[in-house]
Design a protein around this ligand. Structure first.
Ligand code: MIC
Ligand code: SF4
Length: 754
């Protein structure tokens, strides 16, 4: 079955006319992403052209995807919107809540048991509102989207930051918070600042140990974690065409790590092959007929630097494998320089665990190439010195990897297969001994490696590499091992060298059929009641947030001034906290517990201005909430990078944090704060960060005149009686100011549907 085939066909029928209308309006050649963006305008083309990087534009995406950890909040909000069913096709995927511990079968069984209440809730909401439900065990959201739903030229949003994975199939696929998903599911316009465009021309072809992953690891090093903010990254060139569709998806997936809105490749033969292999020949055929509209115009490829806001060239023939990390995905080290880097930085080089898989890297190509390394190791009498774990991205992949004997090879070198889920990528790894917080190194093929992310231990140095490099390093046991040049000693005491990996981009015997774990929404589901137990500690009905009072904020105590990196993992940790993702009150107990307090360099220990004592962030937050005055949070650069989880914005709202002032924001987090009614501001002069004192009371002045582009004054009332006024900027437009005044974006939608 091809999901939503009528919608896809209708899209392609209209595409040629739409593209020529866009070309006429813009009066110049178009890039592929412009064709997609302009053909998904909410108020159809003809309404003019927009300025990249500054104009907010209303879009009408084709579909919405949600994963279990974010879907709970998204759907709790959707339920408040007063709609009978979703306006566009939507799906929910149970992947994040499965704990990796004892291997696939057992872990799935215990997840189904321990998360029953949440899975039942999600399944019944899906039935009621006509949403496709993918049961636990079916696989990770992005892999399932690629295998079933993505189509070239389409536009989707998903409540997960790695939604851009579908760019591997030529889709503009953007990660958002749940409130954005509610916009689209209720048929409202979905707003986005028109992204700037970064063009990356891939020249030459990959060879040897280098893989698609190494392209994005290198790009992360070049652009850094915020270099892609507000941009779509478009890949093209001879090298792009030589990559498999799933390799392209890996690159687009990890574009989230440079802050990109999304990444995309033009339609080509590799996508056609993938569509056919995954049972979507009809889509491949019609996309083939529209090929010219599913790529940039030829003029763009001829003179890319003229049309892109930023233009980069990478020669794949020269590319060597990279290892990125620790603690940040943009610290990129070519494998040949790892020995020197590790020595210089004193990184622990004994690798305890190598992990492959995740939504980023568990394609057939990844698994088969890694398995070839394992097979070669067995042939030359080596086995893994480190522990070795595999998390397949979907049931499809698990099934064929098992069928084709790859898991057998992994097991023979000492590997263990986890459930088809996020598991160790998101702190859902019950790793023996991690509570002892010992210094150690792991290497994985996932996308993120922020502190504590894999196993909750702040002293785990996590490095990111391609699956084949992870496999080789797990065999050697050393971070500094370079399979291109180094040898190993085998069980016979002989010096041996691993051969270059070989693999297949698609399974020779096809994908085969297996129960995929999909549940079609019930026909008469709209009559179903959704029950949430009043005493549940996992789910809680939401109550609307209060409207803005109409006056300035005065005398707000500083809650926390965060020092350094503050990702969504610092703001609202995952791991054990994932279980409270449907319960705002309970999850608010993790607010900012991972962030470093500027004034004492400690995590989760801040001054309570009411008592003059030090306490945890959630306790102080609650204490301020009871006063009704609210509070302020201050931070540094790229604040809220990483996940799309809107809990990182709903928790401060729940705790009555009124304003977050930082040097700069990550896109999704800034929007999430706006949507939930918290005021995100940026220092006009970044140096003013230094003026904020621990016991300040802060006024936000001039909110009655709150208007786009208009700066806001902040008065710092220091405890010694001194006052300082600083200026802050904001990125609100008129619509968003209305969200602020209404108390949240959802409050407005509710009113409209009443
Ligand atoms: C992640 O990779 O950080 C997550 C977990 O997939 C998140 C979503 C979440 O926090 O639920 C993301 O990337 O958006
Ligand atoms: Fe899951 Fe990790 Fe992918 Fe996020 S990045 S969707 S946690 S596998």
């Amino acid at each position: 079955m091809i999901f939503n085939i009528e919608m896809i066909m209708a899209f392609y029928r209209e595409l040629p006319a739409r593209v020529s209308a866009i070309r006429k309006t813009l009066g110049r050649p178009l890039t592929f992403s412009e064709k997609i963006l302009y053909s998904h305008l909410y108020h159809k083309i003809g309404t003019g052209s927009y300025k990249r990087g500054s104009d907010y534009v209303d879009f009408a995406p084709d579909r919405v995807a949600m994963q279990d950890a974010t879907a709970q909040m998204a759907l709790l909000q959707f339920m408040m919107a007063g709609k009978e069913k979703t306006t566009v096709p939507a799906s929910v995927h149970c992947d994040h809540l499965i704990m990796a511990k004892s291997g696939a079968a057992e872990d799935l069984k215990s997840a189904v048991y321990s998360n029953k209440e949440v899975y039942d809730f999600l399944s019944s909401v899906c039935n009621k509102y006509n949403i496709g439900f993918w049961k636990p065990g079916s696989g990770i959201i992005h892999q399932i989207i690629l295998e079933n739903y993505a189509f070239p030229g389409g536009m989707m949003i998903g409540t997960d930051s790695h939604t851009p994975n579908a760019g591997g199939l030529g889709m503009v696929a953007i990660g958002v918070g749940g409130a954005d998903a509610v916009d689209v599911m209720t048929g409202m316009a979905w707003e986005l600042k028109l992204p700037k465009l970064i063009g990356i021309n891939l020249k030459g072809r990959l060879n040897g140990w280098a893989s698609a992953k190494d392209i994005i690891l290198k790009v992360a090093g070049m652009l850094t974690v915020n270099g892609g903010t507000g941009c779509i990254v478009e890949y093209f060139g001879e090298g792009a065409e030589s990559l498999s569709c799933t390799g392209k998806a890996t690159i687009c997936n990890m574009g989230a790590e440079v802050g990109a809105t999304c990444s995309i490749f033009g339609y080509d033969g590799s996508m056609e092959k993938y569509l056919i292999a995954t049972g979507r020949k009809d889509v491949a055929e019609i996309a083939g007929k529209n090929r010219e509209h599913l790529n940039s115009d030829k003029e763009i490829y001829a003179e890319p630097s003229k049309y892109y806001d930023q233009y980069i060239e990478i020669d794949l023939a020269e590319l060597e494998p990279y290892i990125n990390g620790p603690f940040t995905p943009d610290l990129a080290t070519p494998i040949s320089q790892m020995k020197a880097m590790a020595e210089k930085n004193r990184w622990p080089v004994d690798v305890e665990v190598g992990l492959i898989g995740s939504c980023t890297n568990s394609s057939y190509e990844d698994i088969s190439r890694s398995a070839s390394v394992a097979k070669n190791a067995l042939d030359i009498k080596l086995s893994a010195k480190s522990e070795f774990k595999i998390t397949p991205g979907s049931e499809q992949i698990r099934f064929i990897a098992e069928r084709d004997g790859y898991f057998d090879l992994f097991k023979k070198i000492g590997g263990e297969v986890f459930a088809n889920a996020c598991g160790p990528c998101i702190g859902q790894w019950a790793r023996n001994g991690s509570e002892k917080n010992l210094v150690n190194t792991v290497i994985h093929s996932f996308n993120r490696n922020f502190a504590k992310r894999t196993d909750g231990n702040p002293n785990t140095y996590a490095f990111v590499a391609s699956p084949e490099i992870v496999t080789a390093i797990a065999i050697s046991g050393k971070l500094t091992f370079n399979p291109i040049t180094d040898t190993l000693i085998n069980s016979d005491g002989k010096e041996v060298k691993l051969a270059e990996p070989v693999g297949f981009d698609l399974p020779l015997q096809g994908f085969g059929t297996t129960g995929n774990g999909y549940q079609e929404p019930e026909k008469n589901g709209s009559r179903n009641d959704i029950l949430i137990a009043a005493d549940s500690d996992r789910l809680q009905q939401l109550a609307p947030f209060g409207e803005w009072s109409g006056s300035d904020f005065t005398g707000l105590p500083l809650l926390i001034k965060v020092k350094g990196k503050c990702t969504t993992d610092h703001i609202s940790m995952a791991g054990i906290w994932l279980k409270y993702r449907g319960h705002l009150e309970n999850i608010s107990n993790n607010y900012m517990i991972g962030a470093v307090n500027y004034f004492n360099d400690k995590t989760n220990l801040i001054l309570n201005q009411l008592t003059n004592q030090y306490d945890t962030v959630p306790s102080v937050g609650k204490a301020y909430k009871t006063t009704g005055v609210g509070s302020v949070v201050v931070g540094e650069e790229n604040f809220g990078e990483g996940s799309s989880r809107e809990h990182a914005a709903m928790e401060p709202r729940y705790l009555d944090v009124r304003v977050v002032i930082v040097k700069s924001f990550a896109r999704i987090h800034e929007t999430n704060l706006k949507k939930q009614g918290v005021l995100p501001l940026t220092f006009k002069d970044k140096g003013d960060y230094n003026k904020i004192r621990e016991d300040d009371k802060i006024d936000i002045v001039g909110l009655v005149h709150f208007a786009p582009e208009r700066q806001i004054s902040i008065v710092l009332n220091h405890s010694d009686g001194e006052k300082e006024t600083i200026l802050a900027k904001h990125s609100y437009n008129d619509t968003q100011i209305a969200w602020f005044k209404a108390g949240s974006a959802l409050n407005l939608i509710r009113k409209a549907n009443q």
